[in-house]
Design a protein around this ligand. Structure first.
Ligand code: ARG
Length: 602
């Protein structure tokens, strides 16, 4: 189904042609003076220059044609000085458009003729390290984009791409060896089976990594001796990492234990954010593919040796600044972050034949991805038409404008942030609903907290930094997640009352709008496809946020002006109910695309 703006543009274009002008000048845009009209066309202004005729004259000629034509679309068409066309839609046309929308799939959003196969790489948690707030944005944004692209008809696969093969594993192994050197994993003579039980619990593991990491770095102002100890510790961890990667039996067994202990906890954390992945793969999964890829790169001359390392030159002549080469292997033969990313691209191409791969991480990784993308193209790991895109996110800052920290200055764990927001929400919900059963209040608090966190994030452009302001984000008023949920809950409660009074919710029994607020709400409903389209095109969940926020505002204005349930005219009442029910459905679709949901009460 065509978007409303396309339909009305066609009307205006036909009028331009009928008046003897270039039809393409009839493009309509939303009004920038909503007090005067709903839509406008500025084509006469541009045309005036080309034809050297007064713009008002052109606008008038077009308005005359539109006025003379079928009256079903526009209630009024007005040529205004210096040469704009002000357009107001007929309530009947708006009503019919909404009814048609409701009969279509996806509210009339035009599904792609050729859906794309898209891989989304988001989340990117590092196993064995605590999940900290730095991983919040890639998870939230990636999940929302996945839902948006799926809804828009594409074939999307989300892959968490865990960091599960790096130095943190070596650090844990090194620390474990220091503490329990007698474990069979460290005995090179041992050939028996290893214990099934991990030699640490989750809470031990979450202490082991930071301890080990701390020991590998000398603090500022450390003595010579301390520095040497840290250096030696780090060297041991690097050595352990390499041994694990090279396939040492005992070290691989510890690696398994680390994975087995960490993954359920990771899953739990992502679950609590309503974030899920079709694939739980990681850097480790492509380890065995690296030698083959390296051979391929060498054989075809895509990679060459430089100071002992194996590199791919990625800089181009037109680069303002030279791009450092993409390092495939270090001089000691070790693989790097770029190596696993290239091997992962090769594997994804073989296994899924994607049209596009989108990556979601902190924008500070932009250079890394630029190098990897260029290297992948140069070495033909992807097809010329394969789209590779990096969606770098800005930083979540505290109120002081610096990256969000705990009160004592440490990095905040994700779990803690979610729990603290939940507590704040719970007290607000209890305040407003003293009689709500405890369990319901907790469940509602969980949902609203998630909306607060996610909407606070997603309503910003992904690349922008933003300030995490708990008080603002959890407020029931303003451009917040809780405000949207509150609006949905309000509609749910009206509908419930209506049903309790014996009413049945009519899906599409709409009457023509009578009040301005009613019309404005209907118009806002017709814009769903526009919002979805820009969200898809720009990979920008903030487009959905802005749309549903406007929709919630339009609903609340209507609600404050209209007596819905006490409307005496049964037909009008049914129409109101159909209108707000549609509003609810579209709001619910919107928040589902963003990755959160609304409770029954709050
Ligand atoms: N584990 C990485 C990090 O914590 C993010 C991984 C992003 N994805 C990728 N294919 N490199 O920074």
């Amino acid at each position: 189904m065509k978007k409303l703006i396309e339909e009305i543009s066609e009307e205006v274009q036909a009028a331009f042609a009928a008046a003897g002008f270039d039809a393409s000048r009839g493009q309509v845009v939303p009004s920038n003076r909503p007090d005067l009209c709903e839509y406008q066309c500025n084509g006469a202004m541009a045309l005036a220059k080309a034809l050297k005729r007064p713009p008002f004259e052109i606008a008038e000629a077009v308005a005359e044609k539109l006025g003379g034509s079928d009256q079903s679309v526009f209630a009024s068409v007005e040529a205004v000085k210096p040469g704009f066309l002000n357009l107001t839609l007929s309530p009947d046309y708006v009503r019919q458009y909404i009814v048609r929308m409701l009969h279509e799939k996806k509210y009339g959003y035009e599904l792609p003729a050729h859906p794309k196969k898209i891989i989304l790489d988001y989340g990117g948690a590092n196993v064995a390290k605590p999940l900290h707030v730095g991983h919040l944005r890639p998870a939230i944004i990636g999940e929302a984009v996945k839902r948006i692209l799926k809804y828009a008809g594409h074939d999307v696969t989300g892959d968490i791409h865990m960091g599960d093969w790096g130095l943190q594993m070596g650090l844990v192994i090194t620390e474990l060896k220091e503490r329990k050197p007698d474990l069979p994993y460290f005995d090179p003579e041992y050939t028996g089976a290893y214990p099934r039980e991990a030699p640490f619990t989750l809470s031990e593991l979450s202490e082991i990594y930071p301890t080990a990491s701390g020991k590998s770095k000398a603090p500022e102002g450390a003595s010579e001796e301390e520095r040497k100890a840290a250096e030696a510790y780090k060297a041991a961890a690097l050595e352990a990492t390499k041994r694990m990667q090279d396939g040492d039996r005992g070290y691989r067994a510890i690696w398994r234990h680390i994975m087995n202990v960490s993954l359920p906890d990771l899953k739990k954390n992502y679950d609590s954010l309503n974030v899920s992945f079709e694939l739980w793969r990681g850097e480790s999964d492509v380890h065995d593919l690296i030698p083959g890829m390296v051979d391929y790169l060498k054989q075809h001359g895509y990679a060459h040796e430089s100071q002992g390392a194996l590199v791919i030159d990625v800089t181009r002549e037109d680069d303002a600044k030279e791009l450092p080469p993409c390092i495939v292997l270090k001089s000691d033969g070790a693989a790097l972050y770029a190596t696993t990313d290239l091997a992962t691209i090769q594997e994804r191409m073989k296994e899924f034949h994607p049209d596009a791969i989108y990556y979601f991480t902190d924008k500070r990784q932009a250079l890394h991805f630029e190098q990897v993308f260029r290297a992948a193209r140069i070495s033909r790991l992807v097809l010329p038409e394969t789209e590779l895109q990096f969606i770098g996110n800005g930083t979540m800052n505290g109120k002081d404008g610096h990256p969000f920290k705990t009160r004592d200055g440490g990095t905040l764990r994700l779990e803690k942030l979610v729990n603290e927001t939940g507590e704040e929400m719970l007290s607000r919900i209890r305040e407003g609903n003293p009689d709500m059963p405890e369990e319901e209040a907790r469940e509602a608090a969980r949902m609203v907290a998630l909306a607060a966190i996610k909407y606070g994030d997603l309503s910003n452009q992904p690349s922008k930094d933003y300030i995490f302001d708990l008080e603002k984000f959890t407020s029931f008023e303003g451009d917040t997640g809780p405000y949207l949920l509150y609006t949905i809950v309000r509609i749910k409660s009206i509908l419930k009352k209506y049903e309790e009074q014996g009413g049945k919710i009519p899906e599409a029994r709409l009457a023509n709008a009578e009040s301005a607020a009613e019309k404005a709400l209907g118009l806002q409903l017709t814009r769903f496809a526009d919002a979805l389209e820009s969200a898809v095109k720009e990979l920008a969940p903030n487009r959905i946020c802005a749309y549903i926020y406007d929709l919630a505002n339009a609903f609340n204005s209507f609600y404050h002006e209209t007596k819905i349930l006490s409307e005496p005219d049964e037909g009008r009442k049914q129409s109101y109910i159909a209108l707000i029910n549609t509003t609810k459905r579209i709001l619910e679709t919107g928040i589902d695309l963003l990755g959160f949901e609304a409770p029954e009460r709050m």
